[in-house]
Design a protein around this ligand. Sequence first.
Ligand SMILES: NC(=O)c1ccc[n+]([C@@H]2O[C@H](COP(=O)([O-])OP(=O)(O)OC[C@H]3O[C@@H](n4cnc5c(N)ncnc54)[C@H](OP(=O)(O)O)[C@@H]3O)[C@@H](O)[C@H]2O)c1
Length: 325
Amino acid sequence: MRAVVARGYGGPKVLRLEEVARPRPGRGEVLVEVRAAGVNPVDWRLRRGEMRLLTGLKRTRILGRDVAGVVAATGEGVEGFRVGDKVYAMLGGVFGGGYAEYVAVEAGAVAPMPEKLSFEEAAGVPLVALTALRAVREALREVKENAPHACDAGALERRRVLINGASGGVGTFAVQLAKIFGAEVTAVCGARNAGFVREIGAARVIDYDEEDFASGGETYDVIFDVVANRSYRICKRVLRPGGVYVTTEPGPRQFASQVLTMPNDRKARVVLAKPSGDDLSMLGTLLDAGRLRVVLDRVYPLEEAAEAHAHGEAGHGNGKTVLSV
Ligand SMILES: NC(=O)c1ccc[n+]([C@@H]2O[C@H](COP(=O)([O-])OP(=O)(O)OC[C@H]3O[C@@H](n4cnc5c(N)ncnc54)[C@H](OP(=O)(O)O)[C@@H]3O)[C@@H](O)[C@H]2O)c1
């Protein structure tokens, strides 16, 4: 089969289209014939060698955490999926393996593809939407549990959620999901994307070139720092009592804040994306009902994975970059 393999660490040019062996589904796995694969920041971080401790010994480095495609075969013990079903999934493992014509995926990570979405749109959903869902759902739950400590009873009615990095892959889902959960959303992004984040549900938009949300007069129940360029320490001044700061950056400083704030009224949290077929099914229902929308930035053919990385790495897209396989 054709696959894009990262040969060594470095710039986008280390990505090469090659012929490699087609995987076989093991016990409990589904073999997906990939029609589209999502491109995520973790892919270029792996490609650059930023996670060498995890990746050093692996020889076949096929990147790609998100796929949408068709079931080509099922392994022993798999129930609920048949050959020909349209599915989508977030892949586990270090590299994922989605930039390829076929990939074997653990059945628990697979969900029926939303009927109203194209393969390209569906491939733009899994990792970013699962991250946004975990972050926003768990932070709002925690704020609710902390509610008895909140000083302003009116604040209990309508949670105020700020998304820093609202126009990217994770951010666009975080804005929409926070709105679905009943929160009032403030989005932080570049001026160019202000209209677009309002369209998907932000009540207020802050242009990060004009205003620093962490030193303004407004306060929030949840601050979701998707870009991870603000810390809990900087944000706690604008976090309401009982509030939660959540970041996507799994660094030592962020984990230390999580532990150190355990006894505090205001908490810091790190969110880690996790494959989940159940959550993807739930997201699929919202997508099919038109309550949630996937925003595609650009679609590249598989053989232009290097160009797709260069575009994504520039860091100012609006929505998802996807490879068509
Ligand atoms: N922990 C996990 O499991 C996990 C899971 C998913 C993602 N992540 C991490 O989360 C981060 C975002 O991922 P993504 O897929 O959403 O990336 P993305 O699609 O590349 O989006 C990044 C966004 O950041 C915005 N941005 C750039 N500079 C900014 C600033 N100074 N202030 C506010 N926003 C700014 C850009 O918006 P403008 O164009 O408006 O500037 C862009 O839309 C990455 O670092 C990724 O590695 C972690």
